[in-house]
Design a protein around this ligand. Structure first.
Ligand SMILES: [Ca+2]
Ligand SMILES: [Ca+2]
Ligand SMILES: [Ca+2]
Ligand SMILES: [Ca+2]
Length: 295
């Protein structure tokens, strides 16, 4: 199907250029990297094929924060604020051709096709990272402590105010330098400390073994020869703590753009593409989140 289209385009152009100029047009962006610049109200997405001196670009004048949520959004190409251009040039494009505030004077555009109809589909996906030492594919599929943050981006999975990273094999007891393998299970109840809200099994929640109330049970030590009270079953004093510590996590956002029912027009010439995958931009946006989960 692709080959037929290329042939069709090539035939069209050759027919239109019988005044002597030979324009080589490939409409081939398979190996070109999709890039973006601009932002709210002026998004630009583009691909450049340097071998054929051609570009495919999408301009979106939308004021949506496109990547805000992990979902599929469709934008209608209207020819004024939202449109696609397929262009050929008489020279190589500089790296900032599409992103400079002052339009570059060279190279010259030799052919300019504009698509004023069709849609641009954006599929945004999120990858979360809580940096808690538990690989994302091994985190519990769910929300262990019920604080509204799924384990995959909860840095304190059991909600005991001791971060997961400090409840793994932090002393490297098994000698493999991987804190996740053989995580600590202080009370030996079969639940690793990072998923156990009463780590020493003394009946007082770890979170409440926080005498100074600073939301950090690791610094409340009655007997220094044993360690913090939350790991000492002989100390079972309870202090009412009604807050979680502040949590941070990262979201890496990627977007896949597909153009649908595209009709590119240049005078009498027309290129139609039912489905044209522009490509994927990994980490198009990275967000750092800081929140205190609701208790
Ligand atoms: Ca949680
Ligand atoms: Ca986690
Ligand atoms: Ca714990
Ligand atoms: Ca204790």
């Amino acid at each position: 199907m692709k080959k037929i289209l290329f042939l069709f385009i090539a035939t069209l152009l050759l027919q239109s250029c019988n005044d002597g100029d030979i324009i080589i047009t490939t409409f081939n962006f398979d190996n070109a990297e999709l890039k973006t610049c601009g932002n709210l109200g002026n998004y630009v997405f583009y691909k450049v094929n340097p071998e054929a001196l051609e570009s495919l670009s999408l301009k979106l004048g939308v004021t949506d924060s496109i990547y805000k949520t992990a979902e599929t959004k469709s934008y209608t190409l209207n020819g004024t604020t939202n449109f696609v251009n397929y262009r050929t040039y008489d020279g190589a494009l500089g790296t900032s051709y599409f992103c400079s505030s002052i339009p570059p004077t060279s190279p010259n555009v030799t052919e300019d096709y504009l698509a004023a109809s069709g849609t641009a589909e954006f599929v945004t996906t999120f990858v979360y990272e809580d940096n808690d030492g538990v690989p994302a594919n091994i985190e519990v599929d769910g929300d262990t402590d019920g604080d509204g943050l799924p384990d995959v981006y909860d840095l304190d999975d059991d909600g005991d105010n001791v971060p997961t990273a400090r409840e793994l094999d932090t002393e490297n007891a098994d000698g493999d330098n991987d804190p996740f393998t053989n995580p600590k299970d202080t009370d030996g109840d079969g639940i690793p400390d990072y998923l156990d809200d009463d780590d020493d099994g003394d009946g007082v929640l770890t979170r409440n073994e926080d005498e100074n109330g600073d939301l950090d049970p690791t610094n409340d030590v009655t007997d220094t020869s044993v360690g913090p009270d939350y790991l000492n079953p002989a100390v079972a004093d309870t202090y009412e703590i009604t807050q979680y510590r502040i949590h941070t996590y990262k979201i890496f956002k990627s977007v896949k753009i597909t153009l649908k029912n595209l009709v590119l027009i240049n005078g009498e010439e027309e290129i139609t593409q039912e489905t044209l995958t522009m490509g994927t931009i990994e980490n198009v946006e990275t967000k750092d989140k800081t929140i205190r989960p609701e208790f």
